[in-house]
Design a protein around this ligand. Structure first.
Ligand code: PLP
Length: 407
């Protein structure tokens, strides 16, 4: 098949809608347009039936024992907000302390900042050089005022997969709730809310080949029953936890995306791993001074985050416009600040600026991987040819010892 340009390799940002998902959704825009809350006629019943089937499929994907534990939302940003603010508010008499990590998505970090302004205390755990949190640090941070621990399943920049099962053992033993932003890991690495003692989990459809603007929050109903204060007031939809008319076509698409992952997720992860390794090994073989950011042992199969020393990140991005990827400077909005995730892992500003995140997905092919490898290798070599620093480095000069003239 002919390659389509630019080659899409930014599957952590979003994924294209799988054609099977689109097909499942279409009837719910036209003939089956009912409001799932309409109890008095067949249009409503049809919509309600589709939503309830969707709940079952999504519950199955994450190992939830009861479909009523799935609360539909507009996506993971909302789910993260609802989990943290909802729990903090509901249990405020019990405590005021939340534990999270410095590498969470902004949907968690900014929510925590707001809670701090309201008087809650937040502990931000550091990560090691691979971007991983130490479960012992979680245990040490828990106090008798701790309500909730929130740790992501997999990081959206460097793909590091956190030890959720180990953390779950600790939080369960200490009687503290565990939330996980599972967005990036769902269907790619093992995740099971029962086996891992997860009490709340955020999921979004547009990272698993479903539509944008729909997601869910898993809220455990027993052992323990998790309560939360709704953040949206209205008709009391979603068991009183999230008011608002349900996005039925979106939910149907979300469920179809989940069904495909239940059936094909494991095989797909193998394929993604193979493609990722093909790209990594080519780059490592033909370029020196590369640094792969993130854990190689505990990592999303489709993630490759690489820093290219002696190359200016923006110049490289411009040079490889045939590929849609993200850079370590642009991850957090349009600003050119180096990524806070790489920073937290001890990566210096220069290397953070020169990092590229390849997010390999379902529709990438070996042919595309080879094209991208050739392109990146060629452009990095060219940019380095123009770099006096690289030349000095090649001549064996220790750059840290150079006394640069002041301007
Ligand atoms: N959490 C993580 C780890 C993400 O990668 C994203 C997406 O960028 C989100 C939350 C936000 O999800 P949504 O776009 O559904 O609000």
């Amino acid at each position: 098949m002919a390659i389509q340009f630019p080659i899409y390799m930014d599957n952590h940002a979003t994924t294209p809608v799988d054609p099977r998902v689109l097909e499942a959704m279409l009837p719910y825009f036209s003939g089956k347009f009912g409001n799932a809350a309409s109890r008095s006629h067949a249009y409503g019943w049809t919509a309600e039936e589709a939503v309830s089937k969707a709940r079952e499929t999504i519950a199955k994907l994450i190992g939830a024992s009861n479909p009523k534990e799935i609360v539909f939302t507009s996506g993971a940003t909302e789910s993260d907000n609802l989990a943290l603010k909802g729990v903090a508010e509901f249990y405020k008499e019990k405590g005021n302390h939340i534990i999270t990590t410095v590498v969470e998505h902004k949907a968690i970090l900014d929510t925590c900042k707001r809670l701090e302004k309201q008087g809650y205390e937040v502990t931000y755990l550091n990560v090691d050089k691979d971007g991983l949190v130490d479960p012992d640090d979680v245990a040490k941070a828990i106090t008798d005022r701790t309500l909730l621990v929130s740790v992501m399943l997999a990081n959206n920049e460097v793909g590091s997969v956190q030890p959720i099962a180990e953390i779950g053992k600790i939080t369960r033993a200490r009687g503290v709730l565990l939330h996980s932003d599972a967005v990036q890991g769902i269907g790619k690495v093992p995740f099971d809310v029962e086996k891992m003692n997860v009490d709340l989990a955020s999921v979004t459809a547009h990272k698993i080949y479903g539509p944008k603007g729909v997601g869910c929050l898993y809220v455990r109903r027993s052992k323990p029953r998790v309560r939360l204060t709704a953040q949206m007031d209205g008709g009391g939809h979603e068991f009183g936890m999230r008011s608002g008319t349900l996005n039925v076509p979106g939910i149907v698409g979300f469920a179809k995306a989940a069904e495909i992952l239940i059936q094909e997720g494991e095989a797909e992860s193998h394929k993604l791993f193979g493609l990722r390794e093909r790209l990594r090994l080519r780059l490592m073989k033909e370029l020196d001074e590369l640094r792969v950011n993130g854990s190689m042992k505990s990592r999303l199969p489709g993630n490759l985050n690489v820093s290219f020393s002696f190359v200016e990140g923006e110049a490289l991005m411009m040079a490889i416009k045939d590929v849609a990827v993200s850079s370590g400077s642009a991850c957090t909005s349009a600003s050119l600040e180096p990524s806070y995730v790489l920073h937290a892992m001890g990566v210096g500003d220069d290397l953070a600026h020169s990092s590229i995140r390849f997010g390999i997905g379902r529709f990438n092919t070996e042919e595309e991987i080879d094209y991208v490898a050739d392109l990146v290798i060629g452009k990095v070599k060219k940019l380095r040819e123009m770099s006096p620093l690289y030349e000095m480095f090649k001549e064996g000069i220790d750059l840290s010892s150079v006394q640069w003239a002041a301007h």
